[in-house]
Design a protein around this ligand. Structure first.
Ligand code: NAD
Ligand code: UDP
Length: 319
């Protein structure tokens, strides 16, 4: 074990975090996951069979346990589904404030690099399209998304403060809608909802008239972008990069595509649009494409087919 770099992944039992754990282990890292299993699941890590991995049940808003030397901190803990924004608002705000402070302190103590998971939600309801990193966003300060959006914005501000005041190497990824295997079927976000509804033969719940857009990135592309950013030379320190797919679709078109990929009798059912649901969203990827040799490669249909396969296995297992 000696001599191997040690990566800490907060939220390692979650959807993105568990894929990051796999990627780091495959590259020879020693990996520790800190997760409270709130929205994450032990099953996301049950395939991991490595002496270089440990999973600790811990709430990141509490001080971190002694972890030994740490070389990189991937701070990914946080519920991310709008379905949780009302019921878990305080927990989310604490995770992305106290939790981020703990992650940054850990990095400062160990002279580690921080990779901070931020979000396209920092742009709120965008007035600029597509959204470049230089856009300051249009977030409703007191709306239902605010505990998530504003605490992510605070996370970014705190990371910049640690960079400037203490010289901690912090790299921030603004993640746009990402999907794939290991999302929980009960997560509440649109792709897990549509795929599990279609597999069960239920109608797909489109919120509003379905004209709102998102740009969906397959998880392997996201993880490749994050790892390339983390491994980039030190001139990437302090950077903030959008990571996501530039292929923008309406939610209606997404529903149609899911119904094409899955043979089902389901159709579409319209439900009210939640308050402050962004109308449009697409990343401007100029900066990441300039800084790193990275571009997304998995198209939506291929990614959906892989996701459907994984969900089908999981839902069959539940029977
Ligand atoms: P997820 O819910 O699957 O994973 C989040 C993980 O964090 C879970 O395992 C959960 O148990 C854990 N967690 C939450 N609060 C915690 C706490 N206080 N202490 C310890 N563990 C805690 O969601 P995800 O999609 O994998 O999101 C991972 C990260 O990526 C989040 O920071 C999220 O904001 C960010 N992100 C994701 C997307 C996306 O489209 N998937 C988009 C933007 C940002
Ligand atoms: N959405 C939907 N039906 C669902 C879940 C979500 O139409 O069952 C819509 C939601 O209103 C939003 C988009 O799909 O416009 C993406 O929602 P999601 O919760 O996945 O993420 P967001 O980008 O809003 O954070």
């Amino acid at each position: 074990m000696m001599g191997r770099p040690h990566a800490l992944v907060t939220g390692g039992a979650g959807f993105v975090g568990s894929h990051l754990v796999d990627s780091l282990l495959a590259d020879g890292y020693q990996v520790t996951s800190l997760d409270n299993f709130g929205s994450g699941r032990a099953t996301n890590l049950e395939h991991v069979d490595s002496e270089r991995f440990r999973s600790l049940d811990h709430d990141v808003s509490e001080p971190f346990p002694d972890l030994g030397p740490v070389d990189s901190v991937y701070h990914f803990a946080s519920r991310a589904s709008p379905a949780d924004f009302e019921t878990h608002a305080v927990e989310i705000a604490r995770t992305n404030s106290l939790g981020t402070a703990n992650a940054l302190e850990c990095a400062r103590e160990h002279d580690a690099t921080v990779i901070l998971a931020s979000t396209s939600e920092v742009y709120g309801e965008p007035e600029v399209h597509p959204q470049p990193e230089s856009y300051n966003g249009n977030v409703t300060v007191r709306g239902p998304r605010a505990p998530y959006d504003e605490s992510k914005r605070f996370s970014e501000a705190l990371a910049v403060a640690y960079e400037q005041q203490y010289g901690v190497d912090t790299r921030t990824v603004r993640i746009f809608n990402t999907y794939g295997p290991r999302m929980s079927p009960t997560d509440g976000r649109v792709i897990p909802n549509f795929v599990s509804q279609a597999l069960r033969g239920d109608d797909l719940t489109v919120y509003g008239d379905g004209s709102q857009t998102r740009s969906f990135c397959y998880v392997s592309d996201l993880v490749a972008g994050i790892r390339a950013f983390a491994d980039a030379p030190t001139d990437a320190a302090g950077e903030v990069l959008n990571v996501g797919s530039p292929d923008e679709v309406t939610i209606s078109a997404l529903a149609e595509l899911v119904l094409e990929v899955i043979e089902t009798d389901s159709s579409v059912r319209y439900e009210p649009l939640p308050q402050d649901d962004p109308t449009i969203r697409r990343p401007d990827l100029s900066r990441i494409e300039q800084l790193l040799e990275w571009t997304p490669t998995v198209d939506l249909e291929t990614g959906l087919e892989r996701t459907v396969e994984a969900f089908r296995d999981e839902l069959d297992g539940d029977d």
